[in-house]
Write a protein that binds this ligand. Sequence first.
Ligand SMILES: [Zn+2]
Length: 154
Amino acid sequence: MAPLSLGPGDDVDAWCGKCLMVMNHRIIAVVGSQIKKVECLTCHAIHAYKSEPGAKATREMSGRSVADRGKNSVGRVPRTSRAENEWSVIMTEMQPETQPRSYNITKSYMVAEFIEHPKFGVGRVMEITGAEKMVVIFKDGRKTLLCNRVAATI
Ligand SMILES: [Zn+2]
């Protein structure tokens, strides 16, 4: 029998049911010459080894995953797209009836409040960092905005 070239701790390309892509995985368990368990290096899910999507997935899907894999093979995520991603996740928590308050330097805001900035658009207050400062996440990323300013001090 040919010796198994891969063993636990080695990296292998495998289908991840969570990422829905062929991702880089670390081998957790090998039985005989078969890889049994792998850990996804992207989402850290531990699951049975599959070289490609199971019977449930369509052919079309596996074709696309290979194409995506080629495109995304460099694990480099531009800063802006990561910020945008975080922002879009946060935006999904906004209820349809929520009306973001328009941003005004003299007003005070609360953490988790949705606001609308004339330049940056809709964002959400992530943190109050001082008496007159807050961090708000926008599509462009996190910004520190002034708030709670008394009109006379502007
Ligand atoms: Zn994964």
